[in-house]
Design a protein around this ligand. Sequence first.
Ligand code: BGC
Length: 799
Amino acid sequence: MKGLIGILLATVLGTSQPVRGAQAPEATGLAFAVPPPTSNGGQAWKDSHSRALKLLAEMTLQEKISMVTGQRGPCAANSESIERLGIPRMCFQDGPAGVRPALGHTQFPSGITTAATWDVELIYNRSVALAQEFYDMGVHIALGMTTGGPLGRSPYGGRNWEGWYADPYGTGVASFYGTKGFIDVGMQSCAKHYTVYEQETFRNPFNFTEPYSVYKASEQVPISSNVDDKTNHEVYLWSFAEAVRAGTTHVMCAYNSINGTHACANSESNNLHLKGELNFQGALISDWGGTWGTEGFVMGGLDLNLPGLGYGNILGNFYDQELYQMVLNGTIPESRLDDMVVRVLVPLFASGQYDKPIPSTVINSVGAANWPEPAQYRNVQKRSTVELIRKISADGTILLKNTGGLPLKAPKNIAIIGQDAGPNLLGIQGCGKLFRDCDIWNNNGTLSLGGGSGYAWPNNLITPLEAIQAKALETQALVQFVLNNTATNAIDLTITGRALPMGQPDVCLVFAERYVRENMDRNDLSLNIGEWTHSEDIILQTAAKCNNTIVVLHIPGPVIMEAWIDNPNITAVVAPLLPGEQTGPGLVDVLWGHVSPSAKLPFTIAKAEKDYPPNTISYDISVTPQADFTEKLKIDYRWFDSYNITPRFEFGFGLSYSTFAYSEIKSDPTEVPDSTSVQKTNESFVGQQDGQSIYDMVLTITAEITNTGRWTAAEVVQLYVSFPTAENQPPNVLRGFTKLKNMKPDETRTASFPIRRKDVMVWDVVVQKWRYPAEQTVTFRVGSSSRKLPLSLTHRFCH
Ligand code: BGC
């Protein structure tokens, strides 16, 4: 029994739970030096803000308190309803790849698979489809996207797969378009987890059933992510700025502490950065169990304490009556409470959900066991969504190696090896109702998503085995399979052809996986997990005897491949990562060449674990665990580039069935004022004049790309910036990408990169503003990956 499930069941069964001590270290003496800014609605929500103020004027003090403390109800969290004022009970529900826990909706491709498409149109369309399903299931606030917490500082991170690129700019683009998709369909969205939330280990020591628990509940404080101001601005805050600019209505503060203060009570992070610099106008909500007190959190910027009274109050008795007393006795000004309420109401108006009620909810979370709404099923999946996610699966499948194995050449005898190709033997709920918390003894079937609150049940998961069988029916091919990774004899019989008079298979498809979930970080980057998957073993066994072995990798991040990647019998390797419920059809599209692969890696795959920055998960046992972000700006590819370490596959790498040539880099200094920001941030820069924004476009870089191969294919073109040495930046940082789609053989197209001021600026910790680099000079490099950058151009900014 693990994690939240343990707590929830214990509550339902009436077992007594330790109470989170208000005297836990750090809960006292909280510094809240920066006062919480008051909202004004920003440029997008002015009307909603006035309407919220009018409603607020009608509320009693008790009603205001109940609006900022999560209430009991059917969803993961619920806000108070005030019928006389027309305020509905709002439903907050996970997660980033589908509604959880309920049935009848889509299990979308993970963030990293979608990121691997490098296609902003798909990123946006995925959010639109996802948001629509939340709406149709009766959810007011979707607890997604994962907009840079975690960003992927550590390759071991248990939740990296919920997010996007191990890079601030890439994740920033995804956060912007992804958030916009939610907002455009009238869904309230939540950017999470704010911020520097880069490890699961010691994230929430209140929950003593979590795997890393050592001390009793509440004896230990959460891990403190210790990060300097420059790194925070240039790496971790960047993508949250994009989510805010796109109009996210909510931001969820993380479990961890930041430089010694709980994220949800950190006035520097919440009041100075989020509500000040980024000018966030919505509600800051706590992660479940991220609140450890009342006064310090209210004044540290936390608006809504969730789940509050939900889950029988087991995550702490904060806000609620304590807040009521504090407002009455003047400890907390009523004006602060008023702003908290307004920040909850503004998104309700702005999304349109106040004026037009959303459908009734079908959710009935386990935490609301006595809630009288049993329904958890409503089929909301549209045919167009199934097509969309099949496309994302195919376009997010990275071709890592190809010595001629792909596309398949009409094989007549196909062997499929690996449990990861087939279904879960215990059915759709075989890994538990809430979290895909799998039992290791079971054959859990194909890995289409990681576990934890980011998991979502599929509506109709089509496994690789089923999709390949359907394809083989069309092509009249024989399909043999072994779905037991430890059945070495059966595997041997199949790959050597001794099982059948037909002889050796034309192709052996080996399916390898690496499972991970929220609440745990990976201990290593291997494909064999103890007695579990033996994924590396089956690759080695198959490649030893089958001279056309193709490896398929369902992985949540990097794995080390050195034991087999150069094996000449391995003729191709593809990585769909975690592709969601259309995993099989998406894969077939790539294997049979219905589409040319066009995906590229959103993280770096190293040759050895020691090649990554050291100690990126802090396992040191202490009552005050610390994670020092000593690699600073040099996460992922920036580390490899800085120290000249050759990776196995670099960030941005991915093969195609076609080939491309790059030529003619040019710049056009026409400036275009920012018209993309839904909400304007207050981020400022040195020399800023009235009316200028850091998001104004100051330059366009273009390059010519030619399809030199024989396939119609897409190419992801990437732009990196090199700052002058004086700035002490990594050699190259991603600052643009574009996907040229459906390029015909011999076709040449222009790749165009709009460069905004922020893209060519650095954060100056002394003046606390962005500024151009030394000599106002930067070099732009354009190419097909972070290490293949054939074109370059140096530009000097004259203002
Ligand atoms: C996770 C959040 C999630 C929340 C509600 C927490 O444990 O960190 O991402 O939204 O639970 O399920």
